[in-house]
Design a protein around this ligand. Structure first.
Ligand SMILES: [Zn+2]
Ligand SMILES: [Zn+2]
Length: 134
């Protein structure tokens, strides 16, 4: 397993992906949309070039979650798989869908104005508020 060989997928295994580059970025998003979309207290998002990402077998279903973004998920098991902004050629995969999420570390917090008061992970990392309401 090299630094440029990554795989992941949904809970049921029908949606699988692969990418062949190290993620350019990874971080927490505390915004309320990520919270609902993942069902967790935050999203852990791992950014890769969409051109480097390949869906193996069936592609995911896509839900337009805001005027500027859509989210991919498995229509069979419901696992959230990605967030994609319309004006960005990079895709943010849900870190928990990676086969080996321990290989990537969160580097920032986004949407900190919505962070739950009891969250105590990732202390000391750079913080940014959500720029647009979406
Ligand atoms: Zn699935
Ligand atoms: Zn978010």
């Amino acid at each position: 397993m090299s630094d440029n060989d990554w795989t992941g997928g949904c809970l049921c295994g029908k949606r699988r992906y692969r990418f062949r580059q190290a993620p350019s970025n990874a971080g927490y998003c505390h915004c309320s949309m990520c919270r609902r979309a993942t069902g967790g207290p935050f999203a852990f998002l791992v950014r890769v070039d969409e051109a480097a990402l390949e869906w193996i077998a069936s592609p995911p279903a896509v839900y337009r979650s805001s005027p500027i973004a859509e989210r991919g998920f498995c229509p069979d098991c419901g696992s959230p798989l990605f967030l994609r902004y319309d004006d960005d050629n990079r895709i943010r995969l849900t870190g928990g869908s990676l086969d080996h999420p321990e290989r990537v570390r969160p580097q920032y917090h986004y949407g900190v104005e919505s962070r739950l008061p009891w969250m105590d992970c990732g202390q000391g990392l750079p913080e940014q508020e959500t720029e647009e309401s979406f």
